[in-house]
Design a protein around this ligand. Structure first.
Ligand code: AKB
Length: 340
């Protein structure tokens, strides 16, 4: 039996950064990565093999399948919500067809080595669509099965990819006469906006929070593209990575659903600004709402109900709002720009 391996798609992205570092520190499985973009050199040395290519290219996936026995996949590759509105068909291709390719790949791995294969999938609060601001403030914490009416191509893609995952794990080829010897173990978290101290996002609509913090740390002014009262849930990146790892490690019997909300804090953009200014008193942050991006954020929930994740697999973010700033974001960001 070959040694089981973990595959990370979209590994060069923000979550990939944190995840590779954590998985490499655990050392439990060799790490394979697949991304259009080459890994940063400091990440490259942590992985066993790096594939530079597209999740839409089946030949790359077939090559990986023929060479490795993979039992855990973190499918992170995605085109985010703002970028997706400029190129909706490409977003659909990457987010839906790409995920379909990965589910097929996981199913083939399952059949080829005969052991369980878990596919961990980061979905998003973009899967929700609140009809108006009055509903958004009345509902407060949205539950997984409510308001599943996304307003972006990315949100539609995430919601549908969740359904695809559920199909592959429960019903794949249910009418076929050929026996299906085990299905993919699909597990999904719906992430809020993630804030990393070591990478800056691009193409998302929740980007205003990390952009504000990084701009202030670099000594640049920042015109925030949302209203000061805009509120959505956020999480510090280490807690996002931890959530994926914890869900991956949970015994299947303890899981009562396949898609879980996770949240940590839900500040308004004005509250984020106050914390940034406290850390960087010279920061010059103004609010200049972009009505179109604002329109997307107004459909995203003000907070999420993550009771199921806490109950079923012990989700417990380490960082609340204040601690995320004082213990993680500010010291790490200061260090990052001091070195740069
Ligand atoms: C985005 O803004 O598109 C992402 C997300 C919330 O999924 N950061």
């Amino acid at each position: 039996m070959r040694r089981p391996v973990v595959l990370i798609t979209g590994a060069s992205g923000e979550i990939g950064h944190g995840l590779i570092t954590r998985l490499a520190a655990d050392g439990a499985r060799p790490i394979l990565t697949l991304d259009l973009k080459a890994l940063d050199p400091e990440l490259r040395r942590l992985v066993a093999r790096e594939f530079v290519g597209s999740i839409l290219d089946r030949t790359v996936l077939e090559r990986i399948l023929s060479e490795f026995e993979i039992d855990l996949i973190f499918h992170l590759a995605a085109l985010l919500s703002t970028r997706g509105e400029f190129t909706p068909v490409t977003a659909h291709r990457v987010n839906v067809e790409g995920t379909l390719n990965l589910l097929e790949f996981a199913q083939h791995e399952r059949q080829s080595h005969g052991r369980p294969v878990a596919l961990l999938y980061p979905s998003s609060i973009a899967a929700y669509g609140l009809p108006d601001l009055a509903t958004k403030s009345r509902v407060r914490k949205v539950r997984e099965d409510d308001f599943n009416q996304p307003s972006t191509m990315y949100g539609c893609n995430k919601l549908y990819a969740e359904s695809l995952g559920r199909y592959y794990s429960r019903h794949y080829k249910q009418l076929s006469s050929e026996a299906v010897s085990g299905r993919v173990d699909f597990r999904c978290v719906r992430f809020p906006g993630l804030i990393s101290a070591v990478t800056v996002p691009s193409g998302g609509t929740s980007d205003y929070a990390p952009e504000m913090i990084h701009a202030a740390a670099e000594g640049n002014g920042y015109a925030c593209f949302v209203r000061e009262d805009t509120r959505i849930p956020f999480m510090a990146m280490p807690d996002g990575v931890e959530a994926l790892l914890r869900l991956a490690a949970a015994p299947a019997g303890s899981l009562t659903r396949q898609v879980y909300n996770v949240g940590a804090f839900a500040p308004s953009a004005g509250e984020i600004r106050s914390l940034v200014v406290k850390a960087f008193p010279a920061a010059n942050i103004t609010f200049e709402p972009d009505l179109k991006r604002q329109g997307i954020l107004d459909t995203w929930p003000g907070d999420v109900d993550d009771t199921a994740a806490r109950r079923d697999w012990g989700f417990a973010p380490k960082y609340g709002l204040e601690a995320a700033f004082s213990d993680y974001l500010i010291p790490t960001i200061r260090d990052r720009y001091r070195k740069a």
